[in-house]
Design a protein. Sequence first.
Length: 391
Amino acid sequence: MAKKEQNEFEIARKKRRKKFAAERNRKFIGAVLALAILCTGIYFFIEEDVAGIIGDRIASSSSAGAGFPVDTSGTNVIKTFTVGENLGVLTDAVYYLYAENGKQLLSAQHSFANPIVESSGRIFLIYDQGGNRLFVRARDKILFEKEFEYKIISADLSADGTLSVITSAQRYASQLHVFDSDYKEEIFTWSSSDEYIVCAGASEKNKTIAAAALSANDAGEIVTTVHIFTTEAAVELAKKEFKGSSVLSLEFDNEGDIKVICDNVAAVLSKDGTVLGSSGYNAVPVACMNLPGTEGAALVFDRFTEERATDVLFLDGNFIELKKVSIGGKYVCSDRSEANTAVYCSGKAFVFTNLGESTAVLESEQDAMLTEIIGENVFAVTRDQLCKIEK
């Protein structure tokens, strides 16, 4: 059949239809890209708490305060902590937040008999150890408050904000409660009748919870058992025993693996209980810096000799020994950030990268009792001041 010839009007109409179709496709693709960019922007705005960061910057420029040093005389400072780029101070009656320039951002009473603070990112947790109340908050608001039926043994904030709380219980030695990062519901509960739960953590990334519990075997030997659960089915995935070891710390790293530090061994476990790496040591560490959501850790050992020295053991992402350094002087306090580790001994703060490389030795006018490292800055609590240790 002969092909029908098109006149010039039909050809023009066809060209116009193609043009309109191409224009519609461009607009559709543009709208999809714009929506994707908007969704990505909203995600990062929420995930990184951009509004909170902006609020902190505004508050730090307008709040009252004379900068560092800050007078702390007449108060009993229990602990310092980090909230984003801000420095937190917990006393026996009040908690404070200070901006990097020393401006006071927050001051509030807690009314806890034995307050303990834990922080993660831009939020922090304060609980009454031996009491039954706790709260989680950001600088500008309280996110969650709860009063438990039984006494709180310990509590922890994971890197993503998941809250783990260990309490006593009526029929059990202890009980674990886990709340999601929105604090809308309790997503997991576990009790043990023959073990004492000491510490726990959670990872929303791989829907995993780990709890370390102490017990004694038939030979009278202390045993630490790490129980690993999935929140998706609330069942135990695996467990790993450390015989002759007493657990000191448990946290998840940024890959969802479990970092366990005991009094004689440190190990990293996968969610199926496989040991990915470990290091042993003969002395009990006086401090273990095991941050949630980060790789590696640092352990501090006090060598009781006439010259008095302090050893710092740096561990890599699988808790294999990276480096061991010795510092002259009596150990007082230490802290670790995502990039740096600071150890204060006999009037000096020794600062290292988390790979164990020395970067600075800082001195304070008064002896420090507590230290906190934020970025490249080291802060200290002395007998009557909160100060910034200058380089």
